[in-house]
Each structure stands twice: as C-alpha cells, then as structure tokens.
Design a protein around this ligand. Structure first.
Ligand SMILES: Cc1cc2nc3c(=O)[nH]c(=O)nc-3n(C[C@H](O)[C@H](O)[C@H](O)COP(=O)(O)OP(=O)(O)OC[C@H]3O[C@@H](n4cnc5c(N)ncnc54)[C@H](O)[C@@H]3O)c2cc1C
Length: 387
C-alpha cells in the first residue's frame, strides 16, 4: 500500500482498516451483485463507534472532529468498501449538533450513538428544481402544534435503512421573502411513522448499489418540536451540513483514488506483455503517477476544509475545492486503473468496474463539478452571478 505522507492519524487508520478487513472485496462484490444493503458492515461500524465519531462524549459518542471523521470515510473506501451506505450519518449529525436544541440533542444523540436510531437520510433535492435549491416546492405549513408537509423529493438516500431524516421545506413562500435563501426550514422527520401518515417511498434503481428514492408527501404531519433551529433559517443551517458532506465525500474520493492507484500499480508490476511488466512503459507509469500527485494534493485541501470546519470558521471555499479536486483525482485514478487492467478491468471479480461506477457518482452528487466552479467564479473571483 502506498504511503507517501505519514499523518498523525495512523492509529485511527489502522483501527478502521482492521475492521474493514473483516469485510473483504468478496463481501462488497456480493452486496453489489444482489443490490442489497451492507447491513453487517454498517452494524459493525456502528458497534465499533465509528459512526458516532462526531457525537460529543457527553452524548455517548467519541467527540472527534470532521478531520477524524474524514479519515474514517477515506479508509473505508480505500479498503475497497463504499461509505455511501452510511456516510449520511456523519454529515447529518453535524446539522443536529450545531443547530438542534438541547432537548433534541438529549433525545436523539445518545440513541444514535448506541445504534438504536439511525440518522442516515437528508431530503433536499427535488425533481423540478434540481440544484436550484432555493426554488424548492415542498412546503411545511404550521397548524397548531404540528407542521403539515406537502411536496416531493428525489434521490433521497438510505430511507429504508434510516429511522430519521433531515428535511428541507419552505415555510414562507418564495414570493414573500426578501432574500430567496430565507423562508426555508429544516425538520427532523421520524421515518418509522411517516410512511403510515402520508409519505410514499418509491425506490430508484440506479447505476451504483446506492439505495435512493423518490419521496411524495401528502399532508404528512410532524410535531412542531421537530423543527431544527429557527423557522426560516433552514437554508443557512443546511449549508453548514453540506460543507461537511462535501468534505467527507472528498475524503471518500481520496480513499477511492488510493485504492485504484494501489490496485493498478500492483497489476502493472505483475502483468507481463511483450516480455516485460506493463508498468515498465512510461505510457503506463505517467497516468498513474499523475493520479497519485492529484490525490495527494486533494487530500491536503480536504485537511484544510476539515480544520476550518472544526474551528467553526467559514469553509465553503475549501470544502467545495476539496470536493472538486478529490472527485477529479479519483476519476483520473479510476480511468488509469481500468485502462491498464485491459480487458480484465471489465470483469467483476477484479472490483475495478464496481469502484469505477461508484466513484463516477461524485462528479455529479452531492454537487456537480460545474456548480462548484460557478461557486468559485462568483464567491472567490467575484465574477458576475451566472444564475
Ligand atoms: C445516487 C444519488 C444519491 C443522491 N442522494 C441524495 C440525498 O440523499 N439527498 C438529496 O437531497 N439529494 C441526493 N442526490 C441528489 C444530488 O445531490 C443531485 O443529483 C445533484 O445535486 C445534481 O442535481 P440534479 O440531479 O437535479 O441536476 P441538475 O440541477 O438538473 O443539473 C444537471 C447538470 O446540469 C449542469 N448544470 C446545471 N445548472 C448549471 C449551471 N447553472 N451552470 C453550469 N452547469 C449547470 C450540471 O453539470 C449538472 O450536473 C443524490 C443523487 C444521486 C445520483
């Protein structure tokens, strides 16, 4: 395994690797084949406390920062697994931790830490508005001690493997707010009750083994006490969570990148064609070497974003840049890995095609590369708004 830069997280890395070794490539290949959920793996991660890394110790978690959480996600993907099955718990936690009331934290966090409850889902994206989040049409209308939810969401992941979901909905119509980012609120939805009370779930079969769904809300009533923070400020709160999500997914891409590089480097040493290892050809060496350079650079930006997030400082620029650099680097590594495996890269038993599909997702979700570039153009370069 390549080890270019010893960081201070070696003990953490080794502990996560030890657990991941119990779930080898065959396990994830089978789960992918069957399009099933890696329940045993998520259970083991939960029992070992890794999914409660960000929960403060007073609530039964380990009280670690986003930096350590990112190392956990990176190691899962580097081991050949896919954090997509459980990463929601990490970044959704941040929203509850930073903006939830003392009562909400007391009520949910210890149960999430022990594994009794899962907070794996976040409902933001809608079919008719896409990335233009401030135009969302799902509404939450206050009626006495309840909010009534109506509308539709799409691509909402891990609903069938979560007990709770963070939901973004409009509480004041767009036409009635001064700024389009105002008037939205976030709620904690108890998924165990919701399906019987007005929420319909329609799974979306997709390219990767990622459990994701369309959701329809028809007068779903939730208790008013499930509002997180102040009504109307949900967009601001969710942005914080999205920065954590982008940074953690950057870490997953970095893990993927190392996995592809380790895999193809070994293959290039072993595969002999024209009487010599294919890795003796510079045409094979250079794309792999370049991918490593880019993965390492992305990793540094990931650490920068984590450091700022953990210090409660603005990290939007760094989180977005880390996500773009890491997604590009893992995709570059994936292409080199597939290419130099020749025909064998397409055979499921090598796992390259599975990881190739998995890492490709991150050019689009949770935010597409174009939207990151437009963020940098507008917010960092000060260029005129394009939309
Ligand atoms: C497997 C999977 C799981 C997901 N899980 C979740 C989840 O759990 N919760 C959730 O809320 N969402 C989830 N999503 C949604 C995901 O965040 C969105 O798909 C993503 O943000 C892109 O939004 P969109 O699909 O609506 O694309 P659109 O907004 O329709 O954009 C389509 C493409 O057009 C381009 N584009 C659009 N606007 C511009 C512009 N102004 N400038 C330049 N280019 C532009 C971009 O390249 C973009 O990729 C998931 C998606 C997938 C595929």
């Amino acid at each position: 395994m390549i080890n270019t830069s010893a960081d201070p997280y070696q003990d953490l890395r080794e502990a996560v690797r030890d657990l991941c070794q119990e779930f080898p490539a065959e396990y994830f290949r089978k789960v992918d084949d069957e399009r099933s959920y890696p329940e045993a793996f998520v259970e083991a991660l939960t029992k070992a406390g890794w999914l409660a890394a960000l929960i403060p110790q007073e609530y039964g978690g380990s009280g670690l920062g986003l930096t350590e959480a990112s190392v956990i996600m990176e190691e899962i993907n580097r081991s050949g697994g896919n954090s997509g099955a459980c990463h929601g718990q990490m970044y959704n936690m941040g929203t509850l931790l930073r903006h939830g009331s003392a009562e909400q934290k007391q009520r949910y966090l210890p149960k999430i830490a022990s594994g009794e409850l899962r907070l794996q889902s976040m409902g933001v994206t809608e079919p008719t508005t896409g990335t233009d989040t401030t135009k969302i049409k799902t509404t939450a209308q206050r009626k006495g001690d309840r909010y009534v939810i109506n509308g539709q969401k799409v691509w909402i992941s891990r609903i069938q493997h979560s007990d709770l979901m963070i939901l973004l909905a409009r509480t004041t119509p767009l036409a009635e707010v001064k700024k389009k980012s105002e008037g939205m609120s976030i709620f904690l939805v108890d998924l165990r009750e919701a399906e019987a009370k007005g929420m319909t779930v329609r799974p979306i079969p997709n390219m990767v083994n990622h459990e994701t769904n369309e959701l329809f809300f028809d007068n779903l009533e939730i208790p008013a006490e499930n509002l997180i923070g102040e009504e109307g400020k949900g967009f601001k709160y969710i942005l914080d969570g999205l920065n954590a999500e982008r940074t953690l997914i950057a870490a997953e891409c970095i893990g993927d990148g190392y996995w592809f590089i380790d895999k193809v480097t070994q293959y290039a040493k072993d595969r002999v064609v024209f009487g010599r290892p294919i890795g003796q050809n510079q045409g094979v060496q250079f794309p792999i070497a370049r991918a490593l350079v880019n993965v390492e650079a992305a990793s540094l930006m990931r650490y920068k974003a984590c450091e700022l997030y953990d210090a409660h400082q603005h990290c939007g620029a760094q989180a977005n840049m880390a996500k773009l650099l890491a997604a590009d680097a893992s995709w570059e590594a994936a292409n080199a890995c597939l290419q130099f495996h020749g025909g064998f890269g397409f055979a499921s038993e090598y796992d390259v095609e599975r990881k190739f599909r998995e890492t490709r997702l991150y050019q689009v979700a949770p935010i597409s590369t174009n939207l990151i570039l437009s963020y940098v153009a507008e917010h960092i370069l000060g260029l005129p708004r394009s939309f």
